[in-house]
Design a protein around this ligand. Structure first.
Ligand code: ZN
Length: 304
């Protein structure tokens, strides 16, 4: 069973909907987003600009529903059976102040009901901003409170990998006391050493990307059975210097890798094109099958 193991609400909106909204709101499209839609590699900062632009459109329950619908449609059309959806209430609700937490959850809930009706499993992973530091993580946990919707399964850090994970450890501990699983974007725009540090000092049980880690770290991840979400299209656009992609080496080391689309509304892709990209890296049929097996076995949307 194929699950989209890593996809962001803020990067989910379909380009056609974004263009319509821009026309309706009188907004002009940033050049960074045009470049990403054309399939060009961009610096991480330019990606963040495009990501923020998409985020600003998520200012109503209806817009959030539209974004979840885009995830559902993309996942189902590619033959997927569910998705782990990363989203940032701290940014949308507290920072941009453009939508209430209640409206955000209502939009997600309505979207997940539609996903379930199509036979798809879904859950939310709260995403805090690494470079804003642990205070940002605590503020996010303060915001969402103790009574989390049942579909919230995890907590993660994203953004720029600037603040050491040992400083995030108290936030991760607090998330775990709420019953959340903990993940981190690591070894994407920061050094590979962040991957091991996120596990050993942050205590995270899942890594997103991890692509700058060295062979010894891949062995370490395999030994600890730490799942890694791998997003080839996103990596090609935002980490073009990591070439060749380490997915084959990761799988051969025994790492429990699975595919995710990351931000397919910004960097066009779906589970099918991600699988084709993985195959083009020279994976054997057996390795491709393992990728699919891990996809479901470690999916949080199938564990809530
Ligand atoms: Zn991500």
């Amino acid at each position: 069973m194929l699950i989209d193991r890593h996809t962001h609400l803020e990067g989910a909106l379909d380009p056609a909907w974004v263009l319509l909204e821009c026309a309706r709101r009188g907004l002009s499209l940033p050049e960074s987003l045009r470049r990403l839609w054309r399939g060009e590699a961009v610096p991480f900062e330019a990606f963040i600009e495009a990501f923020l632009f998409g985020s600003r459109l998520l200012d109503s329950k209806e817009a959030v529903l539209e974004a979840v619908r885009a995830v559902t449609r993309r996942t189902a059309d590619a033959g997927g059976r569910g998705f782990d959806l990363w989203l940032s209430p701290g940014f949308l609700v507290a920072h941009l102040k453009q939508i209430s937490l209640e409206e955000l959850w209502l939009g997600v809930e309505a979207g997940f009901a539609e996903a379930r009706a199509r036979g798809l499993a879904a859950c939310v992973v709260l995403d805090a901003v690494n470079n804003l530091g642990p205070a940002n993580g605590h503020a996010l946990l303060d915001l969402v409170g103790q009574e989390l919707p049942l579909f919230v399964a995890g907590f993660s850090t994203g953004g720029l990998e600037r603040v050491p994970f040992r400083e995030w450890a108290p936030v991760f501990d607090r998330a775990r006391t709420l019953g959340l699983r903990v993940a981190a974007h690591a070894g994407e725009n920061g050094p590979g050493a962040n991957v091991r540090e996120a596990v050993l000092e942050g205590g995270v049980s899942r890594i997103v990307h991890g692509l700058r880690a060295d062979q010894a770290t891949f062995d370490f991840l395999a030994e600890r059975r730490i799942p890694v979400d791998v997003c080839p299209a996103s990596n090609r656009a935002l980490a073009a210097d990591v070439d060749p992609h380490p997915l084959p080496r990761m799988l051969r080391a025994g790492v429990r890798c699975a595919l995710g689309t990351d931000d397919p509304g910004l960097i066009p892709c779906d589970l099918a094109t991600e699988a084709q990209a993985a195959e083009a890296m020279g994976l054997t049929p057996d390795e491709l099958q393992r990728l699919q097996l891990f996809s479901a076995e470690d999916a949080w949307c199938l564990q809530i």
